[in-house]
Design a protein around this ligand. Structure first.
Ligand SMILES: [Zn+2]
Length: 226
């Protein structure tokens, strides 16, 4: 009996700050009908909805503790049961450790699912640091600029709104950007090794332009949910 149903596909997106992960995830959502699930959003939604796992998470957070892997997994399981995720999900921010990756495999196995593909946005540190360190924005309209890659056509005047006031985020400097990248590499190295071992790791050159990265990522996703 029964119609054949394909279980929702599970993708994991890995990429350091500044690699364009959010932009790429949104394009994958639109093209393939996937839903991006970031851990922070999941937790907030579960707490707001007052689900059983959400109540547990709330109690832990109110006590100043860290929400356990078990609770995060329960919230993830609940969320992946929702109708809008039936084509598949893109996980962002979970798993963070090889232990969490194993626990996730266990959860997925119980519903006949698996991690179909882990897409790692590969970057070179020095150009990434230059990219982040030179950023600034128009204080009036928020248009983004860059010391090296995108100066306004007329120096000191915003192309978009004509404003002359610009601002830089204090943490957009080379030192902070380098530290963030180091932390990212240290944190993801075990995950990358784990998924490489499972044969599901796909590495995409994230230093290319947005459209090239998009095409490379979409080609990989299409192999699973095309
Ligand atoms: Zn402006």
């Amino acid at each position: 009996m029964g119609a054949q149903t394909t279980p929702p596909a599970v993708f994991i997106l890995l990429g350091p700050p500044g690699a364009g992960k959010g932009t790429q995830a949104r394009m994958l959502e639109e093209k393939f009908g996937l839903v991006q699930l970031s851990t922070g959003d999941l937790l907030r939604a579960a707490v707001a909805a007052g689900t059983e796992a959400g109540k547990q998470a709330k109690a832990v957070m109110e006590a100043g503790g860290l929400v356990s892997d078990d609770i995060v997994l329960a919230i993830l399981r609940d969320r992946m049961g929702d109708a809008d995720t039936k084509r598949g999900v893109i996980l962002d921010g979970f798993p963070r450790t090889a232990g969490q990756a194993e626990a996730l495999d266990g959860l997925l196995a119980s519903t006949g699912q698996r991690v179909n593909s882990v897409i790692s946005m590969e970057v070179e540190d020095a150009p990434m640091i230059a990219r982040v360190a030179g950023r600034y924005t128009c204080a009036d309209c928020g248009e983004g600029y860059h010391d090296t890659f995108k100066q306004p056509a007329k120096a000191g005047v915003c192309d978009k709104c004509g404003g002359t006031d610009f601002k830089r985020r204090a943490d957009d400097n080379a030192e902070t950007a380098g530290a963030r990248l180091n932390a990212y590499h240290a944190q993801t190295a075990p995950l990358i090794a784990y998924y490489k071992g499972r044969g599901v790791l796909e590495e995409v050159d994230a230093m290319a332009d947005i459209a090239t990265v998009r095409d490379a990522m979409q080609a990989r996703v299409a192999q699973v949910v095309g």
